[in-house]
Design a protein around this ligand. Structure first.
Ligand code: IPM
Ligand code: MG
Length: 354
């Protein structure tokens, strides 16, 4: 089948890891008889350098052209170290999420047997961890208005706001995922303090009552930050608002031992974007040492979530797992071993070998 994929390599190691994910997609098209058409666009610091805008209009149009978007990373230290920078690469990411309506951010966390000892947690806590964070991505305190500073500069404010409809649409997504998984949803909120959290709890609890086939619990975000380290295995689908989801998904990402393995999806009504969660890792830029697996696994999510191609997605996941088992890994997992492109080649070869 013919599919169009918008490619946004972005900044830092983005271009290197995206290149390896395209190798994997090409191997899939060969093995399964599909055809992918790729078109590349600028985003983040790379886009600011050329156009002055981290999410230019041409990139937005490219995103709408694609059946799906494969994204690398955003961010450049030259902006992080400049508190007066008016335009920042991260604004491109937020503008893109908002303009494309990508309201559901899906971040799966799964332990790999060959990496159990890479985790900072004890093996018996990590073994068998398999959950997914479903984070609301285009509302809450990230986008609420008013936001800013008073004229004298001594008073700053952000607004956290949610509507029942915004909560309901992401709740539906979370329960849908739970249905195909271990059938449990945990809502994380701060309903003992925040009005928005109380609305979340009201809307989600009501929905849960109508879906008794799914086990439902809610938990305060501060307590959950603790449980996630003590007993991560008890989670299946974690549902939460934008900023709590940002924080808890970083915590979740260390459980399995390496950030280099975690993919993500950001899904809206009319667009879907897939990216590794590790960010731009500027220290490794251009060195051919970054782990491409998270981006390759993001390509697997792309095939499954956008096209429903489960067999193709599993073929990529199995190819990654085989590389892990054979020790064909980058230096974040095993020092002095294989380069980014060697790992990508090995995974593409595994896909073709079936
Ligand atoms: C993430 C990142 C972004 C966020 C930043 C880069 C704006 O931390 O995707 O989790 O806060 O959402
Ligand atoms: Mg984050």
């Amino acid at each position: 089948m013919n599919k169009k994929i918008a490619i946004l390599p972005g900044d830092g190691i983005g271009p290197e890891v995206v290149r390896e994910a395209i190798k994997a997609l090409n191997a899939i098209s060969k093995r399964f008889g599909h055809h992918f058409e790729y078109k590349e666009g600028l985003v983040g610091a790379a886009a600011i350098d050329v156009t002055g805008n981290p999410y230019p209009q041409e990139t937005h149009e490219l995103c709408l052209w694609g059946d799906a978007i494969l994204f690398g990373a955003i961010g450049d230290p030259k902006y992080d170290n400049d508190p007066n920078a008016k335009i920042r690469p991260e604004q491109g990411l937020l503008a893109m999420r908002s303009a494309l309506g990508l309201y559901a951010n899906i971040r799966p966390v799964k332990s790999y047997e060959s990496l159990i000892d890479a985790s900072p947690l004890k093996a018996e806590i990590v073994r068998g961890v398999d959950f997914v964070v479903v984070r609301e991505l285009i509302s809450g305190i990230y986008f609420g208005k008013p936001r800013g500073r008073s004229e004298d500069g001594k008073h700053a404010f952000d607004t956290c706001e949610y509507t029942a409809d915004e909560i309901l649409r992401i709740t539906e997504k979370a329960f849908q995922y739970a249905k195909n998984r271990k059938k449990k949803v945990t809502l994380l909120d701060k309903a003992n303090v925040l009005a928005t959290s109380r609305l979340w709890r009201e809307v989600v609890s009501k929905y849960a009552e109508q879906h008794p086939d799914i086990e439902f619990e809610s938990s305060f975000i501060d307590a959950a930050a603790m449980y996630m380290i003590q007993r991560p295995k008890t989670y299946d689908v974690i549902l939460t608002e934008n900023m709590f989801g940002d924080i808890i998904s970083d915590e979740a990402s260390v459980i399995t031992g390496t950030l280099g393995l975690l993919p993500s999806a950001s899904i809206g009504e009319n667009a879907a974007l897939f990216e590794p969660i590790h960010g731009s890792y500027p220290q490794a830029k251009g060195k051919n040492i970054a782990n491409p697996m998270a981006t390759i696994l993001s390509a697997a999510m792309l095939l499954e979530y956008t096209f429903g191609w489960i067999e193709e997605a599993r073929a990529i996941e199995n190819a990654v797992e085989k590389a892990l088992e054979e020790g064909i890994v980058t230096e974040d997992i095993n020092k002095g071993q294989y380069s980014t492109s060697q790992v990508g080649d090995a995974i593409a070869a595994n896909i073709l070998a079936g």
